[in-house]
Design a protein around this ligand. Structure first.
Ligand code: UD1
Length: 421
């Protein structure tokens, strides 16, 4: 199993281009199932979740090819004319739990879908009740047996859906199911994440009639046909936030290019609050940092609040800040697994349920640790970069799910990090 070996203590300095957004590319690839004609998706991150989405599309019968661009990102070509499959094998559902976002598109296209229940995962239970109840309201008959979902429908029909929680995946699934259905669908309490807006833009380019993404109310007027289009995925706000934290943790200075600062207000505000000098120039962000102090009460919230995906990496930053920081994780039940590993490096963190209190220490020390999940793994890299000595980080397949060759990005900033088998 591959691992990262990191020698800490080097301030990160330089310029870095930001990858395309993982959380945009996945629903957009699912949306390509709905197109008559070729879809060309640019700026796809080279991550294992994109590979998994390609596997699912191919399994369903779509023709998928890709080419590597000069900037290292990928352009993915998808033709779904022969995508008549309706089953996603269990091993693919398990590999990427967000594979459930293919459900709405498969149903819209085939009127039938057979998938396994994504079940619990490293962040705690991840139910899909909101996906299921919304699709039922649109006319889908869903049979749940022994961990499998057998779904069937004639034509989907528009309806009003009030989400009990602004679930990102459920909002996307409804948009994908509703784009080609009869009549109007209204999603109330919809998720407002920028990736939802990117999905709306992609679908509207294809000929869909969707408005409201970015607000809590999305309206989808079903159309009869969607065309193939070319689209560039938005920058990854979580990858950008991770690199800003890495630079700050090593007291370095860097310029992130081709980011989307307007999607990162809450992250940038917290970084400024703890002592980072952040400057925004259109699509670029500069960061420099000499001294860090704690930030009280970091509460994860749906967008535009502080992202749960930034919690672990920001916590790694706070381990060496002066004073106490309090983290409250409101989105996922079990998103503190990285804390045990940060302890091994000398961090002082106590937890009580969904609350974690970080007392800044003067030094972290290199250690042998294990990634527990995607963002938790990234938090260990940040701590290792800020630590004295050498760290070994195991189970890095979690990190490869969402970061496009993180070791290359960090090495470009001067980090001493290598991937070893
Ligand atoms: C998406 C992101 C993930 C991010 C999360 C929250 C993608 C591919 N992934 O995940 O990186 O951490 O948003 O911003 O975009 N819930 C239910 N029932 C449901 C659906 C969700 O109870 O039917 C709960 C979940 O268990 C969780 C919360 O709602 O506690 C948020 O989930 P959701 O917004 O759906 O996250 P994902 O779409 O899975």
């Amino acid at each position: 199993m591959a691992k990262f070996v990191v020698s800490g203590g080097v301030p990160l300095c330089g310029v870095l281009d930001i990858q395309g957004a993982k959380n945009s590319v996945l629903p957009i690839m699912a949306a390509a199932l709905l197109a008559d004609g070729d879809c060309v998706i640019e700026h796809c991150p080279d991550i294992s979740d994109t590979d998994c989405a390609i596997e699912i599309l191919s399994e369903l019968g779509a023709f998928v090819s890709q080419k590597r661009d000069v900037d290292g990102s990928r352009t993915v070509y998808i033709n779904s004319s022969n995508a008549l499959g309706f089953e996603i094998p269990d091993k693919m559902m398990r590999k990427m739990r967000s594979s459930v976002i293919f459900l709405g598109a498969i149903l819209s296209r085939r009127g039938r879908a057979l998938i396994s229940f994504p079940g619990g995962c490293e962040l705690g239970p991840r139910p899909i009740d909101l996906h299921i109840s919304s699709l039922r309201k649109m006319g889908v008959r869903i049979n749940e047996t022994h961990g499998f979902l057998d779904c069937e429908c004639e034509r989907l029909h528009g309806t009003d859906i009030d989400l009990a929680f602004p679930s990102v995946g459920a909002t996307e699934n409804i948009m994908l199911a509703a784009a080609l259905c009869d009549g109007e669908t209204v999603i109330n309490n919809a998720a407002k994440e920028p990736e939802i807006e990117d999905l709306q833009n992609f679908l509207n380019k294809m000929g869909a009639r969707i408005s409201g993404a970015g607000t809590g109310c999305i309206k989808i007027n079903g159309v009869h046909r969607l065309n193939g289009v070319r689209h560039r995925v938005i920058p990854d706000r979580i990858a950008a936030g991770t690199y800003l934290c890495a630079v700050a943790a090593t007291r370095g200075n860097a310029l992130l290019k081709n980011a989307e600062p307007s999607h990162m207000s809450s992250t940038l505000a917290f970084l400024s609050d703890c002592g980072c000098d952040i400057k925004v120039f259109d699509k670029d962000i500069s960061v420099s940092c000499d001294e860090l102090h704690s930030v009280r009460h970091i509460r994860t919230m749906p967008y535009p609040g502080f992202p749960t995906d930034m919690q672990a990496v920001f916590m790694a930053l706070m381990t060496k800040a002066k004073g106490n920081s309090v983290f409250i994780e409101t989105i996922f039940e079990n998103r503190f697994k990285h804390i045990g590993e940060l302890h091994r490096m000398g961090a002082n963190i106590t937890t009580d349920g969904r609350v974690a209190v970080v007392e800044g220490v003067k030094k972290l020390y290199g250690a042998h640790v294990e990634s527990t999940d995607l963002r938790g793994g990234a938090s260990l890299i940040i701590a290792a970069l800020a630590a004295e000595g050498t760290s070994i980080i195991d189970n890095i397949f979690h990190i490869d799910r969402g970061y496009d060759h993180i070791e290359n990005a960090l090495s470009a900033l001067g980090a001493q990090i290598t991937r070893e088998q």
